[in-house]
Design a protein around this ligand. Sequence first.
Ligand code: MG
Length: 387
Amino acid sequence: MKRLSILGSTGSIGTQALEVITSLPGEFQVVAMTARRNSALLAEQARRFQVKAVAIVDETAHDDLKERLADTRIEVLTGLEGLQAIAGRDDVDLCLNGIVGGAGMGPTIAALNAGVDVALSNKESLVMAGEYITALVQRKGVHIYPVDSEHSAIWQCLVGEQGDQIRRLILTGSGGPFRTWPREKLADVTRDEALQHPNWNMGPKITIDSATMMNKGLEVIEARWLFNLDPDKVDILIHPQSIVHSMVEFVDGSIKAQLGVPDMKVPIQYALTYPEHKPSQWPRLDLAQVATLTFEPPDLEKFPCIALAYDALIRGGSAPAVLNIANDLAVAAFLAEYISFPDIPAMIGKAVAEHPFVEHPGPEEIEDLGNWTRDHIVHTWNIHPPV
Ligand code: MG
């Protein structure tokens, strides 16, 4: 039995991971789990999976969680220290990190430091600290298994292949809810319109990232680190049906693709069962029913977040970290209806351009940049993003 910890167990990835685990009886033991503030669901999950320990990050939810688990022997931790303690447990084989945003970076590093492989849904970890984390992976002899559907596709296409024979990666993206909207109309986009993703059912943060297409930009940076490729070898292709999850082109012109229905349980399951494909009960792809797959180039003028991400990746150093930190804050501000949709790239671009550049940022420098970016946004935009 593979022993697991699940970070962010009450979120979109966490709950789907628990569905996968339930569907494969006898394969996994969930040792510990964490959530941000949903103490009721975390307590229910902890009982159902008979875990040893839980952590709730929001300290105001601690007493409630403790009370709900009072008649059990489950250890209850709290705050960021509690989260780090669970992430850093060395009595598990694999840590699934389904935390949203930059808050996931510290736990990824804690797990790797404990010598534990990470099934990584939190792409922000690699966007912010790609150089530091890939060096840590090397040093510790551990692995990162991608959960992000595009990176899972590329990973599957690369089984048995040599890295030096890759000509480029082709990351597919649906184009989000505004793919066919005229550019002028994007100024008036509402929160609810941006939360309507055409194909994927995901949490609010990544859904807004999909609407701005920053999600694809962050995925380019994630791919650069996961597969150790230069930025000019990672391309984006819009594919509105979300059936082809990504592709790899080799030096001889041959292209491999991985296909499936848009259902995160498939890449979650592969990350948990790797190197095996296990039987599953999820809906299957029927290509005769889909009938048509279409592709088009991304619209870089309509979606400036894509260019911001490429520019940050090429500049390197601390630029991608600030890009991600500013994006977390801008998305939170947009969800709170403090700023408009076009303000999101404007806010990010200004923070990246003006930040105090660091060549090789580690976790401490990135934390300092987090404080700098928040102060910069508060002063420049006169808002307090609620995150
Ligand atoms: Mg993705």
